[in-house]
Design a protein around this ligand. Structure first.
Ligand code: TRP
Length: 340
C-alpha cells in the first residue's frame, strides 16, 4: 500500500502481546504495513509481555516462551532492527510508572465500557473474576503509546477503543499541564480487510480455530488449506460455486500475485466446472511459496537465539532513555519533582 499521506514526522508505535507465534492474520493486518513504514518513519515495536500476563498470570510460560518467537517472526517477515526499534515492555519501568499515574485519571466505569475489553471478558469466561490488571490494560496501553509520544498506531479495528482511551488520558494530562505535553494519536488501519479464520467463522486469531502461523511447516499449511471453508452448496465440480464467503478465494485475493488469473479462476468457479480440490491446490502452492522463506529465516534465528536477545536488549536500552523523558514530564505535572 502507498503511505504517501503519512507525514514523515509521525512517530509510529505498535505492539503485540507475546502470547503465541504470529500468524498470517498478523501479517496481513499489520506486519506488512510495518515493513513498508520502517524505511521512512521513526517506528518502534513493543513486545507486550506485561500485557500478555494480564490474562495468563497463572501460566506465565505462555508469555516467556513466546517472546523470542515473536521477535523471530518480526525479523523473518522483513522488519529490520536497524530501521525499527524493537523493545520489551517489562524492561521499561517508565511504562509501569505512567500506568500507575494515569490510573488516577480513569474511572472503573470507563474501563468497564471499553467494548474490546468487554468482549474479551466474555470470551475468556472471566464472569466476575476479572483480574484487575486485565481490566486496566487499556491504561497500560495508553502508557505504552504516550511514553513514546507516538502519533500513529497501525492496528486492527479491535484496538480502536484503546486509542480512544489513550486520547482521553492525553487530553486530561494536557489540561492538567495547561499546555500540550503529550500528543494525541490516531490509528492506521490496514487497507486489506481482516483475514478470516480457515473455517470462515471469524477473523484469524489464536482463539478462533487454528491459525496459519508464519512458521508453519509444509504439512500444517497443507492441512489448513484442505480444511478450508468453501461453498457448502458446491456439491459437484460441474455445479456453479459461490465466491462470497469462500475462504479459499479470500486468501487467493490476498496472497496470489496474479490478479487477472484469480479473476479468471473466480469466473470459472462461478460458471461451474472448477472443483474445490483444484482451487485449494493453487492456494496451497501459493501459501507454501509465501511461507517457505519466512519459515527458513525464522528457524535460523531461533537456532541461535543470541541475535534475537541482542536486538531486544539494544532496542530496550534505547527505549528506556526515551520513555523516561516522558515519565519525568508527567511526574512534573503531578508535582512529583521536589527532589529533582
Ligand atoms: N493490545 C495490543 C494487542 O492485543 C498489543 C499492544 C500493547 C499494543 N501495547 C500496544 C498495540 C501499544 C499498539 C500500541 O495486539
Amino acid at each position: 500500500m502507498k503511505n504517501n499521506h503519512i507525514k514523515q514526522s509521525e512517530t509510529i508505535l505498535t505492539g503485540d502481546r507475546a502470547t503465541g507465534p504470529l500468524h498470517l492474520g498478523h501479517y496481513v493486518g499489520s506486519l506488512k504495513q510495518r515493513v513498508e513504514l520502517q524505511s521512512n518513519h521513526k517506528q518502534t515495536i513493543l513486545v507486550a509481555d506485561m500485557q500478555g500476563l494480564t490474562d495468563n498470570a497463572n501460566n506465565p510460560s505462555i508469555v516467556s516462551e513466546n517472546i523470542l518467537n515473536v521477535v523471530a517472526d518480526y525479523l523473518a517477515v522483513g522488519i529490520d532492527p536497524k530501521l525499527t526499534t524493537i523493545c520489551l515492555q517489562s524492561q521499561l519501568p517508565a511504562l509501569t510508572e505512567l500506568t500507575m499515574l494515569y490510573s488516577n485519571l480513569v474511572t472503573i466505569a470507563r474501563l468497564e465500557r471499553n467494548p474490546t475489553v468487554k468482549n474479551e471478558i466474555h470470551q475468556k469466561g472471566f464472569a466476575r473474576s476479572i483480574p484487575a490488571g486485565f481490566l486496566t490494560y487499556p491504561i497500560s496501553q495508553a502508557a505504552d503509546i504516550t511514553a513514546f509520544n507516538a502519533t500513529l498506531i497501525p492496528v486492527g479495528d479491535d484496538q480502536l477503543p484503546m486509542i480512544e482511551q489513550t486520547n482521553e488520558i492525553v487530553r486530561k494530562i494536557n489540561s492538567l499541564a495547561k499546555k500540550r505535553v503529550l500528543n494525541e494519536c490516531r490509528p492506521l488501519l490496514s487497507k486489506s480487510s481482516r483475514l478470516p479464520s480457515t473455517d470462515g467463522k471469524s477473523k484469524m486469531s489464536k482463539s478462533n480455530g487454528k491459525p496459519i502461523n508464519l512458521g508453519s511447516n509444509e504439512k500444517e499449511i497443507r492441512q489448513a488449506v484442505r480444511s478450508m471453508y468453501t461453498d457448502p452448496n458446491h456439491q459437484s465440480i460441474d455445479s456453479p460455486g459461490r465466491i462470497a464467503g469462500n475462504v479459499v478465494f479470500t486468501y487467493l485475493d490476498t496472497f496470489h500475485s496474479d490478479i487477472a488469473y484469480v479473476k479468471q479462476l473466480k469466473e470459472h468457479y462461478q460458471r461451474g466446472g472448477l472443483g474445490d480440490g483444484y482451487t485449494k491446490a493453487i492456494l496451497e502452492e501459493c501459501l507454501q511459496e509465501f511461507i517457505r522463506p519466512i519459515r527458513k529465516r525464522r528457524n535460523e534465528l531461533l537456532r541461535d537465539k543470541s541475535f534475537l536477545i541482542e536486538v531486544l536488549k539494544s532496542g530496550s536500552k534505547k527505549s528506556q532513555i526515551e520513555t523516561k523523558k516522558v515519565l519525568l514530564q508527567v511526574k512534573d505535572i503531578f508535582g512529583l519533582n521536589i527532589l529533582n
